[in-house]
Design a protein around this ligand. Sequence first.
Ligand SMILES: [Zn+2]
Length: 463
Amino acid sequence: MNWKNEVFNRKTEIIRDIQDFLKINSVLDEETAGSGKPFGEGINKCLTTLLDKGAGHGFCVKNLDGYAGHIEWGEGEELIGVLCHIDVVPPGDGWTSAPFAAEIRDGRIYARGALDDKGPTMAAFHALNILKELNLPLSKRIRLIIGTDEESDWRCVEHYFKHEEMPSAGFAPDADFPIIYAEKGLIDATLQIECPAHEKKANLVLEEFQSGKRLNMVPDEAEATLSGTVTDDFKQAFTTFVKEKHGEGQMTKKDNTVIVKVLGKSAHAMEPNNGVNAGLILAAFLHTQTLDTAGHHFVKTVFEAFYDDTRGKKIGIACDDEMSGELTLNVGRMNYQAEQGGEIGINIRYPVTKKSGPIQESLHTLTGIELSSFQDSQPHYVSKDHQLIKTLQKVYQEQTGEKADLISIGGATYARSLKAGVAFGPLFPGRPDVAHQKDEYMEIDDLLRSVSLYAQAMYELAK
Ligand SMILES: [Zn+2]
């Protein structure tokens, strides 16, 4: 079977379909949401357009109350799933051509959703359509499962799998080639720091401390408000300290207070070492100064538990495994108010073969720190010898001539909503990841290559 030829012969139709599909604005829109269209008009139009197209080509299709849908081909007991999504993030500003114009320039289609994930969704549809047109014998069914809320709360897959069967294996064309087979576990936790009674008499009082907003990002800004006397020594020490830690410091006087600010460097929480945590630098500096008892207690606790440690060694949760590496810890948010005490929000990504129980236990037993919330999304992985992995590796190697290395990540892909699922494309190695950015695009050649890969993958998995 020459898969690439089959795709080449349908090239014009595929590109036209992808362009038309990208022209539908499918951003979540609660305003126009209603019965049968829980995520608004745009998403609903996109879903029904694709399902109608499937029906028109003679596939079995189903719409699950507008939450999700599927397009099915093949026969047999077993089901293979291909999980895509048609919702997109808002386009934002600064586009060269309109984000829903799907303009072609230099061999690329530019549009919100070109890469994530409407381009690949239509690519997968055409892959399935090739199997149908060639009338290849299959012993399993293949379902293109179409999600509509991936960019927000995954209410689509939640609804879908409440009512529909879970495929025995499958892939999601919503991340990177070759194959992402392991995704770490994710924990969001909130910790309260109990502080001793506040005493106003100290020379320098920590009134407020604020750092970061989101747990999954390294904060690049932190601010503390101090009242009392700020000496020249303090200023000098601050400048030197912050510089040494690769941050940038600012100090401003406001009425009877001084605002001390640190700028760091933002990074994704899956590798906090790529950033500079402004909040931890500020806490570590304040820890070297003489503050009121409560304020000192807060920064000391932060310093002792988290400073200069993104692996959880200081709080006794460090662990690692061969498949996915070390546990990572990001202190994404910190708040402190005199009289009220402090609150810290952390994001932990733990190795795929570990459990969250012992981590929760360790957080519970920290001295002077109370664990007030703990949310866990368990690790997801498919064994290296699983037939799914073997098949996708074979297909990828055959068609690209490149080795299909297995990738393990600290993030989460859509594949984790399948029981035995991996992420398989659409971004080829070396290509920039422009998902969620202005001027999002997909190389037309890559789109066509992915149709060919998906077609063979579906066939090999279901034959
Ligand atoms: Zn996506």
